[in-house]
Design a protein around this ligand. Sequence first.
Ligand SMILES: Cc1cc2nc3c(=O)[nH]c(=O)nc-3n(C[C@H](O)[C@H](O)[C@H](O)COP(=O)(O)OP(=O)(O)OC[C@H]3O[C@@H](n4cnc5c(N)ncnc54)[C@H](O)[C@@H]3O)c2cc1C
Length: 405
Amino acid sequence: MDHSLYFTEHHHQVREMVREFSRDQIAPVARELDRTSEFPWQNIKAMGELGLLGVPWSEALGGAGMDQLSYYITIHEMAKVDASHALTISAHTNLGTSPIVEFGTEVQQRQYVPLLASGKVLGGFGLTETGAGSDAGGTATTAADRGDHYLLNGSKVFITHAGVGEIFSVTARTEPGQGNKGITSFIVTKDTVDLEQCRGLGVGHAEDLPKTKGVRAGKKEDKMGWRASDTRELVFEDAVVPKENVLGKPGYGFINFLKTLDGGRIGIAALSLGIAEGAYEEALRYAGVRKQFGRFIGSFQAVSFQLADMAMEIEAGTHLLYHAAWLKQNGKPFKKEAAMAKLYCSELAMRTTTKAVQIFGGYGYTTEYPVERMMRDAKVCEIGEGTSEIQRIVIARQILGEVAD
Ligand SMILES: Cc1cc2nc3c(=O)[nH]c(=O)nc-3n(C[C@H](O)[C@H](O)[C@H](O)COP(=O)(O)OP(=O)(O)OC[C@H]3O[C@@H](n4cnc5c(N)ncnc54)[C@H](O)[C@@H]3O)c2cc1C
């Protein structure tokens, strides 16, 4: 589609740069990394050098000094080739770094953001617990006030980068019986689990970053998709967190993390749309080369109509995505639009990848073509950062609130 409604010349250049990097560096290894579930440290280093791990942060904080739109374009473009790499950018930038940029003190920003924005170390966000998934207010991890520090006990599950990352924003209950208002967020640190490899490559580990005693990574998840992304438990065992690591005001952890998730949802929309477009482009190409009954399969109406629906829905998703991104970039309310973009694009990714596998026939069901990986990668987009059901709740509350107003 013609993106000129949303993109400047600079945005086109960003898109071209990410496209080239994804084609040259990610496409050749994506299938093998998916098979082995290995974390792509070599590519992480290259992404850091290109500024892709700190796209929207100021140069003063070690970032690339670009805008929000460039950040979403980066995720969108990379996900056309591989969702795991794109998720690393999204989880690291929005979930891992933005809470410190938005809610951190100047001292916290100076201490942590340059390490994250430059890609020197990876960050993450610990909200989900075994008893607190969609209901994030069910946080049971405790933070007991011990004078000059808090003592954290509990564990977070499904945390992206819990193993490979070193800096995390996490929530814990500081006031029992106070509901959502009793939750505070903290910055905690730990060593990466790939210490030797990271020291060798010069990425992923900061020797001089003080580490929080009592924080460690737990079991790694063996996932259906996003297999080259690291997902583990993050465990706190009498973790000693100094008071200066409280992130934002005490009691504001829940409300601040919900704000972080609003921006994250645009990121997952970008990632989902990228998967959908990647699968569509593969299917379109295949329909023009595969012959049955003496004809290209794309000439059968049943196949061409599927391609037509895919193309139409991708255009609709593109408008939802970049409209939400534009609102955020311009400081306008975007909660409803972010939820709509995330919901539509994630369900679109599932529909489109399923159709793409169908167009590839039996070959689509094998690892010879990337569409089966794309289909597996698409599913979690309907779950992470708020399930589809939760997005519908958010949208319903917003539109009913608008009526009441
Ligand atoms: C690969 C991966 C990476 C992740 N990364 C992170 C991360 O970095 N940080 C982090 O904090 N979390 C992360 N998560 C967790 C993710 O955000 C949660 O899995 C998600 O919010 C859903 O929570 P749950 O899995 O406990 O499901 P549940 O909340 O138990 O939901 C189960 C089902 O019930 C439905 N449901 C629940 N409540 C309602 C309701 N009120 N109305 C209607 N339906 C409802 C849900 O929609 C879903 O279909 C990740 C998850 C995955 C799979």
